[in-house]
Design a protein around this ligand. Structure first.
Ligand code: NAD
Length: 314
């Protein structure tokens, strides 16, 4: 198969060539705009984007031999799956690579904020070794609201249980076996906002989840709440976070994803607040996860070739 890999890191290039050695592989490191994507994908039978390559209708149309799109991510909002389906082109993702990886990162953000690690490290680096101003709070006994109890969200529940937190969760789908096993409580979103000391978001970006956290939701929240988003930027309205800090409602925000994250500059409104920690979409990014991603992508290509496709989306 002629496979075009997009957004591959140089460090992973060799692994791609080795794992896909039976195929005609072209690897690109860059994040291309749509006209350039149309050009580099023109000969592809398989396109393997990562999170920033927009495989829209025009890119799909520009590749007349296209047979499969296999994104090396869990989220697939960057692929026009409806149009691909119309053209009979299956779309696969990597559903499982990050369930512990992303949840672990969410807790890295939570702990950074609740124990004021980033600002205290800045102070130590400046030559001042003092705990003054860095009093934190315990995790144990706090109520954490997990929004989305899919693969990543449930792992977040497991970690929260390890901290002996009280876990409440909101999801349109109630996973009763998981609830019984892990001992958490499903509540409506209103109640989750009202009761949570910490909120962690693990939803896909859909029309129904766009700006799910908005000013009205912030108004419902408990004073001092910490909101963590490792899902997709547009699920949280940036203005609502600014509003939450200005109104004294928000105690902290840990964001691995933000709206328009690729055009973030030093004048971004969130950079002015003390209790904000932003990581540059690194929640998925560990040695172990990157290898799992390539392994699953190989399974996706082989499954398609064998006529037993796996990890199809929608
Ligand atoms: P999943 O599909 O296993 O779980 C998503 C959950 O959201 C499901 O339980 C579903 O019922 C629920 N849901 C969907 N729409 C909803 C709505 N409108 N209201 C309430 N609940 C709703 O997904 P996952 O593997 O847990 O991943 C979650 C998201 O995390 C992905 O879609 C992706 O965008 C994001 N992600 C981010 C990174 C990163 O590096 N930051 C890495 C991997 C995944």
């Amino acid at each position: 198969m002629r496979i075009v890999f997009l957004e591959v890191e140089p460090v992973d290039e060799q692994s791609v060539y080795e794992m896909f050695s039976g195929h005609d592989v072209t690897v690109y490191h860059e994040i291309f705009d749509i006209p350039k994507l149309r050009e580099v994908c023109a000969d592809a039978e398989v396109i393997s984007p990562f999170i920033y390559s927009k495989i829209d209708r025009s890119v799909i149309d520009a590749a007349p031999d296209l047979k499969l799109i296999t994104t090396r991510s869990t989220g697939f909002d960057h692929v026009d799956t409806k149009y691909a389906a119309e053209k009979g082109i299956p779309v696969c993702n990597v559903p499982q690579y990050g369930m512990n990886t992303v949840a672990e990162h969410a807790f890295a953000l939570i702990l950074d904020i609740i124990r004021k690690l980033s600002p205290s490290w800045d102070t130590v680096k400046a030559g001042k070794f003092s705990y003054e101003g860095f009093r934190g709070r315990d995790m144990k006994g706090k109520t954490i609201g997990v929004i989305g109890t899919g693969r990543i969200g449930l792992h977040a529940v497991r970690i929260a249980n390890g901290f002996e937190m009280d876990v409440i969760a909101y999801d349109v789908y109630h996973n009763e076996p998981a609830r019984a096993e892990l001992g958490f409580e499903y509540v409506e979103l209103d109640e989750l906002m009202e009761r949570s000391d910490i909120i962690t978001i693990h939803l896909p970006l859909l029309e129904s989840t766009f700006h799910l956290i908005n000013r009205e939701r912030i108004d419902q929240a408990k004073k001092g709440v910490i909101i963590v988003n490792t899902a997709r930027g547009p699920i949280v309205d940036t203005d609502a976070i600014v509003y939450g800090f200005e109104k004294g409602i928000l105690g902290g925000a840990g964001l691995d994803v933000v709206e328009d994250e690729l055009s973030l500059t030093t004048d971004h409104p969130l950079l002015g607040f003390e209790n904000v920690v932003i990581s540059p979409h690194t929640a998925f990014y560990t040695d172990e996860a990157m290898l799992r991603i390539l392994g699953t992508t190989l399974d996706n290509v082989n499954g398609f070739i064998d006529g037993t496709p796996v990890n199809l989306v929608e």
